[in-house]
Design a protein around this ligand. Structure first.
Ligand SMILES: Cc1ncc(COP(=O)(O)O)c(C=O)c1O
Length: 499
């Protein structure tokens, strides 16, 4: 580009009179080098596209035809023709003797911004587990707490926070978790973080820094555990479960010195670890100087069994306790906590500091207010009532539409495991049918460790039955019933088709 002077792209908001003919006309170069016969048309469509896409903003002045022709190495007639044609189409306008401008008549097409959230709207029925009912988020109470907090917080509280979290939140969480979950919680060792996900990553980096290379995960388990640890440079090995929890023999044989567990309500099977198994795991940790990460992701929701306290309460020096508001309030808040053993606290806090300098302080203050003022307990009670009803709706709908189905893991949490009789399978076929009916499902086999990362154990489908991890908490009871009915119809159509 020569004659147009400076050579930067037209700004998106360039205003008439402010913009000059100094646009990045390189965007027309490919058209200018099109074969001679189609060059005029190519030039016109490149200009048109540049206006439509917003790359040439309304008000941008185009170079004089002679200058542009020289810059592009085409005949002036082609440029004049292109200007005339686009003026006729209202993309451009020309002032008498004052040059040619991009008109404001054609609105640039809205740019498509992709939504890569795991639950982008789509499926007609979504039974995948992991999300609470976001409609139960206590908007008014949260907004009121927000107002209170903003009125109360001194300006200094808006500075960089303690990377462990606001003291008031750590105190509130320590007391909440001690009371509700039996956790031994010293506020000095509470680290507020962005969910269990960040707690996992923090621990992963610290373990890696100490020389660990491998972490044990439950198999089946949450695929997130493996991928989060992998992001810190650790490999994971899936360790099998039995009906009391993580099997100790394979854990010992694996040689790992750290393992992640979900003892209150194993994800996904729903087992509550037995007292013996808890004791055996802690013995293993003491004997090997091992670390157990306890992911208490939905420990607050139980329906017809006595509360099972946190493993951490039995041995806070060998357990890193983690939890979040993702099930009780909303995952989008990205607020969680970690309670570190004394021997790891400094390293974990140092990691948290270098990772993000701490969580947003206003959100923390709101949560502190919410917990300390009792609104958090009220929210848990409200959710507990709603989810029990939905759990019942799910088990009833399965009994009606998929007779013979065995359900397990139903006394707590936000999902159940449904083992459908063989006649509803095979699994691939059922999943295809569900997808065709726009029903999103997660089979248990999705939660199995894969290939070389696997100690032993099956994926739960080898007996020919189909096992599904069915989330129900985010669906109203009527939606649960309707969804299961739709699934049954889809499966029935498939079987009829096969017959
Ligand atoms: C096993 C398990 N742990 C933890 C979480 C929550 O992670 P976070 O607290 O980062 O939202 C989930 C979410 O679905 C989960 O399934």
């Amino acid at each position: 580009m020569t004659s147009s002077g400076t050579n930067h792209a037209p700004g998106p908001a360039s205003m008439e009179g402010e913009s000059s003919a100094s646009a990045a006309w390189e965007l027309l170069l490919p058209a200018a080098s099109a074969p001679a016969r189609g060059r005029g048309r190519a030039l016109q469509s490149a200009l048109r596209e540049a206006v439509r896409s917003g790359r040439l903003a309304a008000g941008t002045r185009l170079p004089a035809s002679r200058e542009l022709a020289a810059d592009l190495g085409v005949s002036r007639g082609l440029v004049t023709e292109a200007y005339e044609q686009l003026t006729a189409e209202s993309y451009l306008r020309s002032g008498r003797g004052a040059g040619t401008w991009v008109s404001g008549t054609v609105r640039p097409a809205a740019r498509t911004v992709r939504d890569l959230s795991p639950r982008a709207p789509g499926a007609r029925v979504d039974f995948r587990p992991g999300t609470p009912d976001l409609a139960l988020f206590p908007r008014s109470a949260w907004a009121a707490a927000h107002r209170t907090v903003l009125d109360r917080l001194p300006h200094s509280a808006l500075g960089y926070p303690d990377p462990r979290g606001l003291p008031e939140l750590r105190v509130a969480l320590a007391s909440l978790l001690a009371r509700r979950r039996g956790v031994v919680a010293d506020p000095e060792r509470v680290v507020v973080c962005s969910g269990v996900a960040q707690a996992t990553t923090l621990l992963g980096f610290v373990l890696r820094g100490r020389g660990a290379t491998t972490v044990g995960t439950e198999d089946p388990g949450s695929p997130e555990h493996a991928s989060l640890f992998a992001s810190t440079g650790l490999t994971t090995i899936g360790l099998p479960l039995d009906d009391e929890g993580l099997a100790v023999g394979p854990l010992v044989r694996s040689g790992v010195r750290a393992v992640v567990t979900t003892p209150a309500h194993q994800f996904p099977t729903g087992i509550a670890y037995s007292a013996d198994r808890r004791a055996a795991l802690l013995d293993w940790a003491r004997a090997t100087s091992g670390v157990i990460m306890e992911d208490d992701y939905d420990g607050d929701f139980r329906y017809d069994r006595a509360p099972v306290g946190a493993l951490q309460g039995l041995d806070p020096e060998h357990v890193v306790y983690t939890g979040s508001v993702s099930k009780s309030l909303a995952p989008g808040l990205r607020l969680g906590w970690l309670i570190a053993p004394a021997s790891m606290t400094d390293e974990i806090v140092a990691r948290k500091r270098t990772m993000d300098l701490g969580n947003p302080s206003v959100d923390q203050a709101v949560l502190a207010d919410f917990v300390a003022g009792g609104a958090y307990d009220r929210q848990l009670r409200r959710c507990q009532r709603a989810y029990r009803e939905r759990r019942d709706a799910m088990t009833e709908a399965l009994a009606t539409h998929f007779p013979g189905t065995e359900v397990s893991g139903i006394s707590a949490g936000l999902h159940i495991i449904a083992r459908l009789p063989e006649r509803f399978g095979p699994q691939d076929e059922l999943l295809r049918r569900a997808a065709a009916a726009d029903i999103a499902l997660r089979p248990l086999s999705d939660c199995a460790a894969t290939g070389a990362d696997r100690a032993d154990s099956g994926d739960g489908t080898d007996d020919g039955s189909v096992r599904l991890v069915l989330g129900y908490a985010h669906l109203a009871p009527t939606a649960v019933e309707a969804g299961v009915r739709l699934l049954a119809e889809a499966v029935r159509r498939g079987r009829a088709g096969r017959a």
